[in-house]
Design a protein around this ligand. Structure first.
Ligand code: PGA
Length: 250
């Protein structure tokens, strides 16, 4: 019922030329693939090129961030209307690198989430605990408060397109993945909190992706967990064959 999503987060990698070269190699490798939704998240400078090159394919381009207002004196920002105008229908919100290095807050993520919903953009909201929080047995409390803050005043109807990515910060770019059981446990906590905020039906329908050192070697075990509805892949999404191997998990 919850169609899995495999999303590649390219972070601050790939020029437009490199992005198009990736797609040239990648699109033929996944062209018959219908089991999962496939997304790539390029930088803003490559997004328009990627959206154009993927028209009529089974791959979609996703923005890595956006502002919540339509326009204004906000240097360096891109608005939801601007994303829609270039055909972008997906956005990552609250990625831990935004939270850690650019002071992103869940109050702003909440505003962005509302704006995305109002513009018909599918939001992928990232949550996840620090290593210190896990070691202090604060994982559950952290995840619950992140989900609660992001979903503040969001109705069940508004949340119907919501996607969450559980990305434990200690697993991002470190090579140490959460075990499938640890990830599934966190997903259960997140789903429970969604149910608390937006009702059981919304929780049941919301896709929760796992992210943090996903590779071709560990994707299949992760996807065997009923709680895990896909993956947000950083480093391993930069190489077409590697990312295609992840898409074709068994
Ligand atoms: P990683 O990044 O796969 O390189 O750990 C995941 C992410 O930050 O989305």
């Amino acid at each position: 019922m919850r169609k899995p999503i495999i999303a590649g987060n390219w972070k601050m990698y790939k020029t437009p030329k490199e992005s198009l070269a990736f797609l040239d190699a990648f699109l033929p490798l996944v062209e018959d693939h219908t089991r999962d939704e496939i997304l790539v998240c390029p930088t803003m400078s490559s997004l328009g090129y990627v959206l154009e090159a993927t028209i009529g394919t089974n791959v979609r381009g996703c923005a890595q961030n956006m502002h919540w207002l339509n326009e204004g004196p906000y240097t360096g920002q891109t608005s939801p209307t601007m994303l829609v105008s270039i055909g972008c229908r997906h956005v990552l919100l609250g990625h831990s690198e935004q939270r850690l290095y650019f002071n992103e807050t869940y109050e702003r993520v909440n505003l962005k989430l509302k704006a995305a919903i109002n513009h018909g953009i599918t939001p992928i909201v990232c949550v996840g605990e620090l290593l210190a929080e896990r070691e202090d047995m604060k994982t559950e409390e952290t995840l619950r408060s992140q989900v609660r803050a992001a979903l503040r005043n969001i109705s069940a109807n508004e949340a119907r397109r919501l996607v969450i990515a559980y990305e434990p910060i200690w697993a991002i770019g470190t090579g140490s993945t959460a075990s499938p059981e640890v990830a599934a446990e966190a997903h259960k906590i997140i789903r429970h909190e969604i149910s608390h905020c937006c009702g059981e039906q919304t929780a049941e329908n919301t896709r929760i992706l796992y992210g943090g050192s996903v590779k071709p070697e560990n994707i299949s075990a992760l996807m065997q967990q009923a709680q895990i509805d896909g993956a947000l892949v950083g480093g391993a999404s930069l190489v077409p064959t590697t990312f295609a191997n992840i898409v074709h998990y068994v």
